[in-house]
Design a protein around this ligand. Structure first.
Ligand code: ADP
Length: 247
């Protein structure tokens, strides 16, 4: 069996008296789509913050393809291949979609590039390719402020892909998107990730999305992973149904 892409071992984090990660062990395998579910306050966002270097564990370790990244900075971790979407609204809404993408492409090349003129042929070419990947080539000249939420989300995905991640962490990818747009957005997102060979972890409250798109589900409760397995199995577990799904 190949080594896991990401390996989180016996990680502990507390905030004051709250144990947000209490001996957490999680492995993410290359190419899988892993969903994280759990009640509010159970530690899902903390897990994403740990994987991206924004929160440091008090104990335990995090490895990316065997490399210890436990003490690396968020910037170093991004460079090593872990990106995050929807962290904060990352888009400059008063600018066009293509400008946002060119900025992300420039930023990927190094901070000094951001100081150079953005609209260079190489930046535009890469930005256009990223928009094509997510099917937004016709929106390149649109102002972000005018876009519906689903299209903004896809733009944000294109920004994350500009970082050339191997692992993409998504915090509720369809939050704020109308119910009719959810499945088409997820279909497109999954196709892009598959075609680019990007492994995905997504935090989700919508159980229909988890059942349809996840290869594996991990369930959080009070800072611990309390279940881990295929969606059919995990989401029929009476304890999960009671504590997480609320039925
Ligand atoms: P979830 O994403 O599952 O809703 P979080 O990871 O955001 O849960 O939070 C887990 C617990 O840790 C909660 O009790 C939350 O209030 C606490 N917590 C998370 N981040 C911080 C922080 N930066 N400072 C203090 N407490 C925090």
């Amino acid at each position: 069996m190949t080594a896991p892409l990401l390996s989180v071992r016996d990680v502990h984090v507390s905030f004051g008296g709250v144990r947000a990660a209490d001996g957490v062990d999680v492995e993410v395998r290359q190419g899988e789509v892993l969903a994280i579910i759990g009640p509010n306050g159970s530690g899902k966002t903390t897990f994403i913050n740990l994987c991206t270097g924004y929160v440091k564990p008090h104990a335990g370790s995090i490895h990316l393809e065997g490399r210890d990244i436990t003490r690396n900075t968020p910037r170093q971790i991004t460079k090593l291949g872990i990106a995050r979407a929807f962290q904060i609204p990352q888009l400059f809404t008063e600018h066009r979609v293509i400008d946002n993408l060119m900025l992300a492409v420039a930023a990927r090349q190094g901070f000094w590039q951001v100081l150079a003129p953005l609209d260079q042929p190489a930046h535009r070419q890469r930005a256009t390719a990223l928009l094509e990947m997510v099917g937004l080539q016709d929106q390149a000249e649109s102002d972000v402020a005018t876009l519906p939420e689903g299209i903004r989300k896809l733009t944000d995905i294109a920004l994350a892909l500009a970082l050339e991640p191997r692992l993409l962490l998504l915090d509720e990818p369809t939050a704020g998107v109308s119910s009719g747009e959810k499945f088409p957005l997820m279909d497109r997102l999954m196709n892009v990730l598959r075609s680019q060979g990007v492994t995905a972890v997504f935090v989700e409250h919508d159980m229909d999305l988890v059942r349809r798109y996840a290869d594996r589900v991990i369930v959080w409760n009070q800072g611990k992973v309390v279940a881990d397995g295929p969606p059919d199995e995990v989401m029929n577990d009476p304890a999960v149904l009671r504590d997480v799904v609320g039925v």
